[in-house]
Design a binder for this molecule. Structure first.
Ligand SMILES: [Zn+2]
Length: 266
């Protein structure tokens, strides 16, 4: 990603509008790039200056009255019909402010309706939210250098490691004979619950396989998201999400091996 693209992201970052993945990207980039760090600092300073309230000026109460008096005098001096005597502010607000208030209220209402419609239309589906979480978790595991909690290629080390850390026992298989060596396991947190993340490797590519129990027998799903391939399926009461930058064909081969491991045909 170029610094120009980061420049755009920084605005969203400061407004807290970025998704987790882009937030992590910005947070990883800022310490590494002097120019973007400066941009970030500049926008941040501007934001806090604008929200500090020092730019807001409240006119003195008598200002309106003084303007009316001055207008009356000017009108009289030019021989124009002066408007009726300036009324005390207490009796005027109803007449002056109601139309404006109703216009403002209508504008607010229209804005709220537009916002509601927009947010309903752009609201991601529950599955979409899981995909976002899985993607963010995958990227974070690679970026934060926290791929595994238990680095081991031995399924008999990795599987018992999850005991007591999860309320289920994830199926762990070493697929090194098939060219997908097990790298280790990790505890992760997705969909508001702790889940198992198994890490496999194919050449330089890492595969995160997320597993947790699921009651629903959901459809299989495969898609590409931000350059990563994703496979999702449920099997024997567990939901599986496999994500990697590995090419689609090889990742599908991996998925078949995992699926075949408890004697089922994919
Ligand atoms: Zn930069």
């Amino acid at each position: 990603m170029s610094c120009e693209e980061y420049d755009t992201l920084i605005h969203g970052y400061l407004d807290g509008e970025l998704d987790l993945l882009n937030t992590l990207r910005v947070e990883a980039h800022l310490p590494e790039c002097v120019s973007c760090a400066r941009t970030h600092e500049r926008h941040r300073a501007l934001r806090s200056a604008m929200s500090s309230g020092k730019l807001y000026f409240k006119p003195p109460n008598r200002l309106a009255e003084r303007i009316h008096v001055a207008l009356d005098q000017a009108n009289k001096a030019e021989g124009l019909a002066a408007p009726s005597v300036w009324e005390a502010p207490k009796t005027r607000p109803r007449r002056i402010w109601w139309p404006w208030m109703s216009i403002a209220a209508t504008a607010v209402l229209v804005a709220m309706i537009a916002w509601r419609l927009g947010s309903v239309a752009s609201r991601p589906s529950p599955d979409d939210l899981v995909v976002q979480e899985v993607l963010a978790s995958h990227v974070r595991s690679l970026m934060a250098n926290h791929l595994t909690d238990v680095p081991s290629s031995d399924q008999h080390t990795v599987k018992p490691w999850f005991d007591g850390k999860l309320d289920f026992s994830p199926p762990v298989k070493d697929l090194s004979g098939d060219g997908f060596p097990l790298v280790g396991g990790r505890l992760d947190y997705l969909e508001h619950r702790p889940v198992a993340a198994l890490v496999y490797q194919r050449r330089k590519h890492f595969i995160n396989l997320f597993i947790w129990p699921s009651a629903e027998d959901s459809k299989q799903k495969t898609e590409m998201r931000q350059g990563y391939n994703l496979f999702h399926w449920t099997q024997s009461g567990m939901t599986y999400w496999a994500m990697s930058d590995l090419n689609w064909t090889e990742l599908q081969e991996f998925v078949r091996l995992v699926q075949g491991h408890d004697g089922r045909t994919p």
